[in-house]
Design a protein around this ligand. Structure first.
Ligand code: 17E
Ligand code: FE2
Length: 416
């Protein structure tokens, strides 16, 4: 048995000790029984691992290199560049990219990743590579795969059949991109078929939905209605929904009532969409964010995600969820002290609920012993200091452990 003492546990203020037996939490509390190994955390902040519920592992680093930059900074240019270049992609290349991305995220405290995988490819190259990797890496990372028709469910010939095959191969989630279809009608029809297909395969749903600034892009309303009728809201996620940040209040308020009923989930990619959206605006310039605060106050799960690491859509990104959280809370005005105390939910519990891994997630007796340790004492300090992850523990063992940084500047006269 292993015991961590003097921990400041997120959401469990009454406990300071964590007892682990083999790969599971045995007890959380005070003055727990002795263990063979005792690790003193010296008051540091402990929380469940970071969750990145929206990433494109098959695209990673595609934007590096001369001539690969997205000049207009728009979604459409990203899709075009990807389409022009993806034909040369091999399974080996996807595997290499994905491993690099996973390494980056893991080394920053992430242990759960939902990745979209482009299935508008007659060979399903990405899906083949990632199905294997999901199994090979399962001891160090929980990977979920979305069968994502990047070039359109109808717009790309044969996508419907490819999506069916990807789900047959074991994709966990059905994706979609209705705002990229050639008409409103086709967008709606794509959602109907995707929802039916997901239910047929007992898969979750995660749609790239209204990733634009158009207040009349209303596929979110359609998606919500479809899954509400089938009681499938908790298994469904609307990703991006940038346009919901542009609709007027009377419409938003009506929709919030419906989202409360359906319990549909939301993923916002604050850095990605601050970069991609508002490109048609002069000033005021929109920042691409959905109504994060209102959705949270409405009782829906909202998670933040990285989305891209140096791909055709976005030149930055390094898998650091603290950076995503920091940007997201600023853009969302989620910065009141009471909000800062619970802001980590956006990169931990909400993502775990969205991925539906919540039964095995969290610092509770009986659950897998997965957690991270931050170089801070509580949530507020961790966010203010953008605290580094000092350790990541998976199934009771360290994935990594690093020394805290010291104050590099010593000012002697203060000591006198
Ligand atoms: N594909 C897409 O449709 N939207 C994005 N933001 C990315 C890929 C990164
Ligand atoms: Fe995406």
């Amino acid at each position: 048995m292993k015991k961590f003492i003097n921990a400041s546990i997120y959401g469990v203020p009454e406990s300071s000790e964590i007892l682990i037996e083999n790969d599971r939490f045995k007890a959380i509390g005070h003055h727990l029984p002795d263990a063979d190994e005792v690790i003193d955390l010296e008051g540091r902040f402990v929380l469940p691992p970071y969750v990145d519920p929206h990433l494109h592992l098959d695209y990673i680093f595609s934007g590096l290199g001369e001539g690969n930059a997205n000049v207009s900074g728009t979604l459409f240019e990203g899709i075009q560049r990807w389409s022009d270049n993806k034909k040369s992609l091999t399974e080996e290349m996807v595997r290499e990219r994905a491993i690099k991305g996973i390494q980056k995220e893991l080394s920053k405290g992430v242990q759960y990743i939902r990745t979209h995988v482009d299935i508008t490819d007659p060979h399903l190259t990405g899906m083949k590579a990632l199905v294997k990797l999901r199994e090979e890496l399962k001891d160090i990372v929980t990977l979920q795969l979305v069968a994502f028709p990047q070039e359109g469910f109808f717009r790309y010939e044969g996508a419907e059949d490819l999506m069916d095959r990807a789900l047959e191969m074991g994709a966990d989630v059905a994706g979609g991109i209705p705002h990229f279809e050639i008409s409103y009608e086709q967008g709606v029809e794509s959602l109907k078929r995707i929802v039916d297909m997901a239910i047929k395969y007992n898969a979750m749903i995660d749609i790239h939905c209204d990733e634009n600034d158009d207040p009349n892009s209303r596929f979110l309303e359609v998606l919500n209605a479809l899954v509400m009728e089938k009681n499938y809201g908790p298994y469904t996620t609307a990703s991006h929904t940038c346009s919901f940040g542009s609709v007027e209040n009377s419409y938003a308020n009506k929709m919030l009532g419906l989202f409360r009923e359906s319990q549909i989930n939301f993923i916002s990619c604050p850095t990605e969409n601050a970069h991609l959206q508002g490109r048609g605006d002069t000033y005021p310039k929109r920042r691409g964010l959905t109504r994060v605060k209102e959705l949270l106050n409405n009782g829906n799960h909202v998670a933040f995600a990285q989305d891209s690491i140096a791909d055709y859509w976005y030149p930055l990104g390094n898998g650091n969820m603290m950076n995503i959280l920091d940007n997201g809370i600023h853009l969302a005005h989620y910065t009141h002290i009471d909000e800062l105390h619970k802001a980590f939910d956006l990169i931990t519990y909400h993502g775990a609920n969205i991925m539906r891994v919540h039964d095995d997630y969290g610092i509770e007796a009986g659950k897998p012993a997965n957690f991270i340790v931050l170089d801070a004492r509580d949530s507020y300090e961790a966010i203010r200091e953008r605290a580094e992850v000092l350790a990541s523990v998976r199934n009771g063992d360290y994935l990594f452990k690093r020394e805290p940084r010291k104050n590099e500047v010593e000012i002697d006269f203060l000591k006198q």
